[in-house]
Design a binder for this molecule. Structure first.
Ligand SMILES: [Zn+2]
Length: 345
């Protein structure tokens, strides 16, 4: 088991050291790459308690992937397996072939070969990539960036655009903005994509920093309020549109990028916000609200937008968190709220 508690601290430390020491066969690593993986040295030299604490922390954040799972994390895993010499098709589906390749990789690293990808296996898979790098490890990073709302081509070439998207992600995640995907950034990328829609919605539902509207400006429909959209999502359902909208009486799954962006406005940037609409309400005919990637905020830090709220700073935070359509006071129809929308699904 990759996340077994016994002996993890030793294995975590050695795995990190292995990451730092490994040659990168398919990646051209330029300049300060090794300096960007400093975590190896610190735990190795630290007291056992600190090592164990670091291991516990790591165990809390690396996602566990196993057969049957699908999505961007699985695609990234498959790219990283290819980087490590295990040839397989990248389809985002953790099937029998992926299990076999994971086991083969684990055997090659003297890890428990159970086909389950946890902290030890991830630590052995990831490698630092940065400007000038190329190959499957870069594809893995680009896949995760795109899944985090940082739209980038998955072409295996770490150019200026990829570096910019890495910086944007790091800023949004509250990390040091280096443009280098080191172990810390891999961990953040994988952790965030592992957060599923339901988990994010529950965190939003329960957040003291987020108020969710229980009524609309333009009509009465309790099933499509911002609060009910989140409650439904937290229960695994789609969010309802309003009967008077352009897409009446539908259910739409809220995007994880948008949900994560909303949470991060409060956790990373420290805002308290009131959300006036998600997929409910009436918007322009082809609005991103109707596909579950947009949110409207009408109160920030206790002040109404347009009446003293720090809307410009909050809008900048939305952009840093991956929103690509951000509107507010000064834009038509947005004198009293800000609108942050992530890329369409
Ligand atoms: Zn809007």
């Amino acid at each position: 088991m990759p996340d077994r508690r016994t002996a993890r601290s030793f294995r975590w430390t050695t795995a990190l050291a292995a990451v730092a020491a490994l040659a990168a066969p398919a990646v051209v690593v330029a300049g300060p790459a090794q300096a960007a993986a400093p975590a190896a040295a610190a735990p190795a030299a630290a007291a056992p308690a600190a090592v164990e604490a670091a291991a516990q922390q790591a165990a809390n954040v690396w996602p566990v992937l196993r057969a049957g799972q699908k999505g961007a994390n699985v695609s990234a895993l498959q790219h990283l397996l290819n980087f490590r010499g295990q040839t397989l098709t990248v389809d985002g589906d953790f099937g029998p072939t992926t299990t076999a390749k994971v086991k083969a990789f684990q055997q090659s690293q003297a890890l428990t070969d159970d086909g389950v990808v946890g902290a030890d296996t991830w630590s052995a898979l990831v490698t630092t990539v940065q400007s000038g790098s190329s190959g499957s490890a870069v594809r893995a990073a680009q896949t995760l960036l795109a899944a985090r709302g940082q739209a980038v081509s998955v072409d295996g070439i770490f150019g200026a655009d990829t570096a910019a998207k890495v910086r944007a992600f790091q800023q949004g995640a509250g990390q040091a903005v280096t443009g280098v995907v080191d172990t810390t950034t891999w961990l953040a990328l994988l952790q965030e994509t592992a957060l599923d829609r339901v988990t994010l919605a529950r965190q939003i539902r329960d957040s003291a920093a987020i108020t969710l509207a229980t009524a609309h400006v333009g009509g009465v429909h309790a099933a499509s309020t911002a609060r009910q959209n989140i409650v439904d999502t937290a229960n695994g359902l789609g969010a309802a549109t309003s009967p008077w909208s352009d897409v009446p009486n539908q259910r739409v799954f809220l995007s994880t990028a948008m949900l994560n962006g909303l949470l991060r406005l409060t956790t990373t940037y420290g805002y308290t916000v009131s959300v006036s609409e998600l997929v409910g309400g009436d918007h322009s005919a082809n609005s991103r609200h109707y596909v579950g990637v947009a949110l409207d905020i009408n109160v920030i830090n206790g002040s109404h937008v347009g009446s003293g709220a720090p809307h410009a700073a909050a809008m900048a935070a939305c952009r840093a968190l991956g929103a690509t359509e951000v509107l507010g006071p000064g834009d038509a129809g947005h004198s009293t709220h800000i609108h942050c929308a992530w890329p369409r699904p």
